[in-house]
Design a protein around this ligand. Structure first.
Ligand code: OAD
Length: 266
């Protein structure tokens, strides 16, 4: 994988100083942080939206029209994600949240890898401080398309016909993956938690997101309004770059440990 040019040491040193001085930190992550675990991003080279049309697969109208095709795609993604493990970027963020105590991870990812990193890094202790706020849902969970009840998702969905798709035990409507689709509103409680955490943070560390999908892409702006700073980790510039006090160019798997695993950090 092309890891891009090495981050200039001076920018990295400034970012480390900012993290070290911060009382509260919020980390906002996107698909790029999971790229090094083998999970495709959505945009850019190899991105899912280069090969698939979101309106056919990730929209409520698509599910009404053709639930079998939608489930086929999500079953494929569930299988792909289940075979992946957290990478050093997830691990470094989890360690920071576990030791610093005032770090909140907010993720647009539905892959659950932050949670798995939290459990691994907690080493049998309490992973809670490193469990992320998942603003776009969780692919591993089902949501009833009728009554809205949530349940753990299954990995063995039979997608050969509509008749074999999973159904709600309460109301018998079709289950769907518990992820936010295009045109759907984010859950108010989850979104306000994310904005509230960002609005109290001294540093918003944004890693691996194209910052194109709102409202998630606006979360770091709450930190700026509070007087805090944005530190961006990405392979390339994004619309957020002009708001970032420090931009680190390179892979999250290399940069986050370099940024966060200093001995002298809190
Ligand atoms: P995108 O695919 O839009 O953007 C991924 C970003 O990660 C890009 O800016 C890449 O440059 C960057 N990137 C790639 N590899 C990286 C690496 N190894 N280290 C650091 N950065 C890297 O993904 P998101 O911004 O997460 O929505 O997309 C936002 C939302 O759009 C997703 O949550 C999803 C999608 O449609 C829903 O599922 C509702």
């Amino acid at each position: 994988m092309n890891q891009g040019p090495p981050a200039p040491a001076e920018a990295l040193a400034r970012a480390r100083a900012a993290v070290q001085a911060a009382g509260r930190i919020v980390a906002v992550t996107g698909a790029g942080i999971s790229a090094e675990s083998g999970i495709p991003t959505f945009r850019g080279a190899g991105g899912l939206w280069r090969s698939f049309r979101p309106e056919d697969l990730a929209a409520p109208e698509a599910f009404q029209r053709d639930p079998r095709t939608v489930w086929e795609w999500y079953a494929w993604r569930r299988g792909l994600i289940a075979a992946c493990v957290p990478n050093p970027g997830h691990d470094a963020l989890a360690r920071l949240a576990l030791r610093q105590g005032h770090t909140t991870i907010v993720t647009q990812n539905v892959d659950g890898l932050h949670t798995r990193a939290a459990e691994i890094q907690a080493g049998g202790g309490d992973p809670t401080p490193a469990i992320p706020v998942e603003v776009h849902g969780a692919i591993d969970r089902d949501l009833c398309s009728g009554c809205g009840v949530r349940s753990p998702g299954s990995h063995s969905i039979e997608v050969s016909s509509v008749e074999t798709l999973p159904r709600c035990v309460v109301c018998d409507a079709l289950l769907r993956p518990d992820v936010i689709w295009f045109g759907e509103a984010l859950e108010t409680r989850v979104l306000s938690q994310a904005f509230s955490m960002a609005g109290q943070a001294d540093v918003c560390l944004v890693a691996g997101t194209s910052a194109l999908v709102h409202p998630a892409a606006s979360i770091p702006l709450a930190t700026l309004e509070h007087g805090g700073m944005v530190v961006e980790v990405n392979m390339e510039d994004t619309p957020l770059t002009r708001h970032a006090a420090i931009s680190l160019r390179g892979s999250a798997g290399a940069l986050l440990p370099a940024l966060l695993d200093a001995d002298d950090l809190p």
